[in-house]
Design a protein around this ligand. Sequence first.
Ligand SMILES: Cc1cc2nc3c(=O)[nH]c(=O)nc-3n(C[C@H](O)[C@H](O)[C@H](O)COP(=O)(O)OP(=O)(O)OC[C@H]3O[C@@H](n4cnc5c(N)ncnc54)[C@H](O)[C@@H]3O)c2cc1C
Length: 339
Amino acid sequence: MSLPIQKNVPLQTLNTFGLPSSARYFASITSDEDLRAGLQFAAERNLDTLILGGGSNLLLTRDVDALVLHMVGRGVRVVSDDGEQVVIEAEAGEPWHPFVLDTLARGLVGLENLSLIPGTVGASPIQNIGAYGVELKDVFEGLDAWDRHEGRIRSLDAGDCAFGYRDSRFKREPGRWIVLRVRFRLHRHAGLRLEYGAIRQWLKQDGIDSPTAQDVSRAVCAIRREKLPDPAVLGNAGSFFKNPVVDSAVAASLQSAHPGIVIYPQADGSVKLAAGWLIEQAGWKAHREGDAGVHALQALVLVNHGAAHGEDILLLARRIQASVAERFGVVLEIEPSVL
Ligand SMILES: Cc1cc2nc3c(=O)[nH]c(=O)nc-3n(C[C@H](O)[C@H](O)[C@H](O)COP(=O)(O)OP(=O)(O)OC[C@H]3O[C@@H](n4cnc5c(N)ncnc54)[C@H](O)[C@@H]3O)c2cc1C
């Protein structure tokens, strides 16, 4: 069956910033066959393509003069189960948080700290999503992706994906890979990660002494709801900047100049700086320029108060980058994909 392709499709409801943009061509991809048909359509017309999941890590600054391939294929299956370790596979279009809840309902441990991250399973390896001390790579088993260089589906393991902090091979080879499905190695009895953020405190307040993975998920959801704006209410893409990683000498000199600086020493000796703290100290928290703004509770999050365009958000981001560089000598890198 041929793939239905629409023209001039509005994308405002398909990106969590709620930014106005329109796709010249648009197709919903539910299977590997759909993807092949979409790529063929684009090749025949010499069109660029844009892969779209939940649009929660995307800054659209203009109309998309390309074929948008919206990854909406669904399906979750157990690949193997030895009684303790379970490998579970989900199609790219599975919404992330419901998938996490599904694994928890099956009694599996591993994804609880990554609860309530917006977006799709297929996008989760792109920036190696992370939260509350856990990154996708910690539970990653493998994935299938369409390799546009070789024109075939390939299975990649963690080594192939070269995961880093909010980084992967897929970010470093833009346009090459389209993730079709992802496999996760989860456990029935693994230890829980409680040491990050306010998880332990939240559990204690709720009178939970021996938490389950589902308790941790509930704690993470509650903490996130308090701290982060809901894109359904206030357009945003979560953290807009990565936490900069510097070497220990740079961190020490920043610490002596700014004793309150928030830092996270890393296992490899480098030091992660809290970008939100830098932005707040530079005076940007709750700042607003028209409808583009910095969130009042979390300076790391840029928001669309209603009628901002992607260019307005990008302009504000550039001004924040320049001011943080001037004040602290630290370069802030934008986290979402900018189009
Ligand atoms: C309120 C809020 C909170 C957030 N919190 C976190 C957090 O705690 N941790 C975190 O890591 N992120 C967080 N994010 C960012 C975002 O949710 C994740 O990066 C998520 O994985 C993006 O998924 P998506 O489907 O929306 O991707 P999209 O925004 O649709 O796409 C993002 C990028 O990935 C590419 N892409 C998408 N799907 C595929 C695919 N199948 N194959 C190849 N490329 C693809 C796109 O082309 C684009 O370049 C948050 C965002 C919001 C709005």
